[in-house]
Design a protein around this ligand. Structure first.
Ligand SMILES: Nc1nc2c(ncn2[C@@H]2O[C@H](COP(=O)(O)OP(=O)(O)O)[C@@H](O)[C@H]2O)c(=O)[nH]1
Ligand SMILES: [Mg+2]
Length: 364
């Protein structure tokens, strides 16, 4: 049996055209179709539910409060009954007539069968130059990671054998769009993969959901499965935020001393006030940016954000103490000045990061 998953987000206009066509192509073949919709504002789920009253093979999953192509596909596969699990865009870009061939390839022993735009005979159709270049670069980068070599690891059109999927499942990273790539990175090395060419068409209706955010997620993913094994991505992001924080700190210091403490010479008192305020400005900046970006997956809102802000301050204060202790200890043991200061700073940053990850943004 073939289980075909259609992930959807705002595809209400496309489904009434697409689903009967898919059903026609799959006639005479045991199959089920599973629409996984992320509570689309255009009520795709409702359109699908209505269609399902006349299409017994169609089921609909409406997910609330979640977004993501990869996780939608995984969820669809998890409820599927078939031995061959397939996925296709719900916008008419993929060639319907290829579905039975993908299923046949699985029946004949392939672990994964890919509808490929880049293998001989396939094509990306009428893409503009920018999308073309982007896809080529992403494909090149992706191929460096794959255990199994293919021409189109970023295709959204493929079938996989149930046991191959289930074996790789615990290692999958359901972020973003790249479900096939993620499978190719995590399946067993012996998995047999075949590619069948097709021509990528234009969308029937609506527009692509491949946003900048999704593209950024792709780069994050590449990092995660390579260097990320050694240094977590959140640590790198934390350091980037911290570096920007230094600039904010300096700007705040100069702003305060030049504007507020304008009269007369700068006294030690005035200097100290300016530095202390600048430190807190930098702390606020770091907190907000880490909350919005580094730890976006555990973003704090409302009262929890206020409490988190105090935890963040406490962690940073202890971080400063750790920083000082390490550098003072090294210096007192006769190590060079610069080395002592740098080592203290490094320990301080690692301390801050660890404490904030454990206590401020806890749900990691
Ligand atoms: N459930 C779900 N489906 C999505 C999401 N983002 C995209 N899709 C669907 O995934 C398929 C591929 O997305 P599309 O925007 O066509 O990407 P493109 O073909 O690369 O331009 C389409 O059927 C979309 O409706 C999402 O966040 N959740
Ligand atoms: Mg599409």
């Amino acid at each position: 049996m073939l289980s075909l998953v259609l992930p959807t987000y705002n595809e209400a206009q496309n489904l009434p055209e697409l689903l009967p066509r898919i059903d026609a192509v799959l006639q005479g073949m045991p199959h089920e179709i599973i629409v996984v919709d992320d509570d689309s504002p255009d009520r795709t789920w409702q359109v699908a539910q209505e269609l399902s009253t006349t299409m017994p093979s169609l089921r609909v999953i409406r997910r609330i409060g979640r977004r993501g192509l990869s996780s939608a596909v995984i969820e669809g596969f998890l409820t599927a009954k078939g031995n061959a699990l397939a996925v296709m865009d719900a916008d008419g870009q993929h060639d319907l007539t290829l579905i039975p061939w993908l299923a046949k390839a699985i029946d004949e022993g392939a672990g994964i069968a890919i509808g490929s735009r880049y293998t001989e005979g396939g094509s990306v159709g009428e893409w503009d130059e920018r999308r073309h270049t982007m896809s080529r670069i992403a494909t090149r980068l992706a191929l460096k990671l794959c255990k199994v070599q293919v021409t189109d690891p970023m295709s959204g059109f493929f079938a996989i054998r149930r046991d191959v999927f289930e074996e790789a499942l615990p290692r999958l990273n359901p972020m973003g769009f790249k479900i096939l790539l993620d499978l190719l990175v995590h399946v067993d090395l012996q998995t047999r993969v075949t590619e069948l060419p097709f021509t990528f068409r234009s969308r029937l209706h609506g527009e692509s959901k491949l946003s900048r955010r999704v593209q950024l997620e792709f780069l994050e993913y590449l990092y995660d499965v390579t260097l990320g094994k050694y240094i977590p991505l959140t640590f790198v992001e934390y350091c980037i935020v911290g570096t920007m924080g230094v600039v904010v700190h300096l700007a705040a210091y100069f702003g305060i001393t030049r504007l507020l403490l304008r009269e007369g010479d700068l006294t030690l008192y005035g200097f100290s006030v300016a530095v202390l305020i600048a430190i807190e400005v930098a702390v606020v900046f770091n907190f907000l940016l880490n909350n919005a970006w580094t730890f976006a997956y555990a973003k704090l809102r409302g009262l929890r954000a206020v409490r988190g802000f105090f935890t963040f301050n406490a962690a940073c204060l202890f971080g400063a103490l750790a920083n000082y202790s390490v550098s003072a200890f090294l210096f007192s043991r006769g190590h060079p000045e610069l080395l002592s200061v740098a080592a203290g700073a490094l320990i301080g940053v690692i301390w801050n990061y660890t404490m904030n990850r454990l206590f401020t943004w806890r749900s990691a």
